[in-house]
Design a protein around this ligand. Sequence first.
Ligand code: LLP
Length: 421
Amino acid sequence: MDHFLYRDGMLFAEDVAVSEIAETVGTPFYLYSTATLLRHYRLFDEALDGIDHLVCYAMKAASNQAILKTLAQAGAGMDVVSGGEYQRAIAAGVPGDRIVFSGVGKTADEIRLALTHGIRQFNVESEPELRVLSAVAHDMGKTAPITIRVNPDVDAKTHAKIATGKSENKFGIPIASARDVYALAGSLPGIDVMGIDVHIGSQLTDLAPFELAYTKVAELTEQLRADGHNIRRLDLGGGLGIPYTRSNDAPPLPMEYGALIKKCVGHLGVEVEIEPGRLIAGNAGIMVSKVIYVKHGEGRDFLIVDGAMNDLIRPAMYEAHHDIIPVVEPAPGVDQAPYDIVGPVCETGDTFARQRNMPPLVAGDLIAFRGAGAYGAVMASEYNTRPLIPEVLVHGDQFAVIRPRPTFDEIINRDTIPAWL
Ligand code: LLP
C-alpha cells in the first residue's frame, strides 16, 4: 500500500495534489511520501518483533538526506556501500553504531573513515579485504567488528543483473570455504568476528531462495560455533521484491518474510539485521513527468515526455516495468490506446514502455511513473546535459523540495578549463 491515490479525479501524494507540486517545482521531478516510507520501515520492524533485530535501510535505493533522516528518526540503521554513503548517513545524524558497511571493494581509506567515526560492523567480502581491514584497524589501535559475507550458491530467480548469490557472482566467499576464512579472521589482529552476512539478490518475489540461503547460514552458524567462534549476529541482507504492477501476483509480505527468518534462525539466539532498500523506498516514490508531444508514427504512436532514461534508467537497464498513470484520473470506461512512451534522449534505449495502453493524453498533461522511489534518483545522470531532476518530499499536507534542480550554469561551471586552452 502507498499514499499516491486519486482523490476527486486528481492524483494526490498524501494530502497534496501532485499537480500543485508540479506547478511549483516544474517537471520532471521525483516525489516521495513520508507516510509510505515509514509504513514500509515499520512493516519490517514489526515483522521481526520478538527477536533482537535492527532494520538497516539499504540507502543505495534512495539516499537523499531527508529520506535518511525520516527513517533514522524512526529507528532505522543504514546499510552503506561506499565512503560517500557512509558520510551521507553520518550527515543525516545516524550514529556509527547503527551503520553497516557492505560492498566488495572497500578501500583502506573508506575503512579508516568508518573506524574513525564508528561502525556497527563491516560485512567482509574477501580474504584480501579481511587482511587490509585487520592491518588498518591494528594500525589505528582499533578493533573492527565484522561479519563475513558468504555466497550460498542459491539462485535468487531474479533479473541476472541483480542476482548476487550464485557462485559465479563476485559477491562474498563461497560458503564451502567459510570455515577456513573464519579461522583466518579469528587469528588476525584488530578483528572481532561477530557473525555471518548473506545477500542473494534484489527484487525476489518468492521466499524459497531466502529459505535455502538462511538455512545454510543457520547450519554454518552452528559449525562456526563448534569451531569456537562467538557467532552472535546474522545480517540476512535485503532483496524482498515489490509489486511493480497492480495486476501481478503480489510478492510475499514483510510479515511472511519475518516469519521465515524466525523459522530459519530464531532458535540460534542471535541478533538479526536485515538490509531492505527497494521495499522501503520503491513504492514510496513516483517520477512525475509531462507530455511534450504526441507523435503519430507509422503503425505506432509515441508519447514523448520530458523525463528520460537519464532520470529513470531502470527500464533501459533492466527491462523494468513501471506503471505509468495520468495525474488526472481518466473517466471510467474511457477508451485506451497503445503508445510507446519515450524520453527526449537521442537513443532508442530511451524508451519507458512499448505499446502501453493509455487513456487519451495531449501535450502538457502530467503522468506519474509509479514504483520509482528506489533506484530512481540515485541512478540518474546528466546525460545530454539534462539537469538532475529535483526531489520533493510530502508529509501530510506539506511538501518540501529536498534537492533542487541545478541551473545550467551550475552544471557547466563544474568543468574546469586547462591553462593551455
Ligand atoms: N544489501 C546488499 C548487500 C545489496 O547489495 C543490496 C542491493 C541490498 C541490501 C538492498 O536490496 P533491495 O532490498 O533493495 O532489493 N539497481 C537495481 C537494484 C540493485 C540492487 C543492488 N543491491 C534496480 O534498479 O533494480
